[in-house]
Design a protein. Structure first.
Length: 238
């Protein structure tokens, strides 16, 4: 089935609407004035070091949803992210954003496990967070993630920073959705100058509004009674 079956576009459209297109938790529970900054599609030598410098400048923490093939190419950047106090999430091995929603189970397992094998090969612990390419659901995905103690993360504030080339417009889009527990989606590799200017402005605005960018604890996302919680704790402490 994995290699032979490819559903028609109309079938995919129907399934996406029926299941909900975007995959994962899009906020977390907190009484504090905090947000979760998530940064996709790295690591990249043109942007990652500068992004880390900006985060340090504002005392912010973030989760970097990395692509496995890029980690293999730039392993030192993955270590740099962790050494700076940030966390890493699984964004698949090859980032198949146009085909992810109709991949079969074997192909999904390959994308997820090859990412984790790449991290293991450079001495980086397995992550507890997963984000699908383009954030789109796949009907086979949830049990595969649950078996590995991975939790899917979406977003509640999207910058469209891969499409908009004006840093001020990017930040204004995000600001409209900011409240305690917001998960911000940002990208680091496309249009590096725009990315860095927008991130600098965003972090400055968050600071002026007394918001702190943090990496939330697993319990803040799905509670201690959730059936997957023990597996996630086991991963996060390994």
């Amino acid at each position: 089935m994995d290699s032979l079956y490819r559903p028609s576009s109309s079938t995919l459209h129907f399934c996406s609407i029926a299941a909900g297109i975007w995959a994962g938790r899009n906020k977390y529970s907190t009484p504090a004035r905090t947000v979760w900054l998530t940064i996709d599609d790295g690591p990249d030598p043109q942007t990652t070091p500068q992004v880390l410098a900006l985060l340090e400048k504002y005392g912010a923490r973030a989760t970097f949803f990395l692509i496995g093939t890029k980690v293999a190419r730039y392993p030192g950047l993955a270590h740099m992210i962790l050494e700076a106090g940030h966390s890493i999430g699984n964004h698949t091995h090859t980032h198949p954003k146009f085909s992810f929603w109709y991949l079969g189970p074997k192909e999904l397992v390959r994308e997820i496990d090859e990412f984790e094998s790449t991290l293991s090969s450079i001495g980086v612990p397995a992550p507890i967070w997963f984000r699908a390419p383009a954030g789109i659901k796949n009907l086979f995905l949830h049990p595969i993630l649950a078996a590995r103690g991975l939790r899917m993360v979406a977003w509640s504030a999207r910058a469209f920073d891969t499409r908009i080339d004006d840093p001020e417009k990017i930040v204004n889009r995000i600001k409209r959705s900011i409240r305690s527990g917001t998960i911000i989606l940002f990208h680091e590799t496309q249009r590096p100058d725009v990315c860095l200017k927008a991130l600098d402005k965003l972090l400055k605005e968050l600071t002026s509004e007394h918001y702190k960018a943090i990496v939330p604890k697993p319990v803040e996302l799905f509670g201690a009674r959730h059936s997957i919680f023990s597996k996630v704790l086991e991963r996060s402490s390994s």
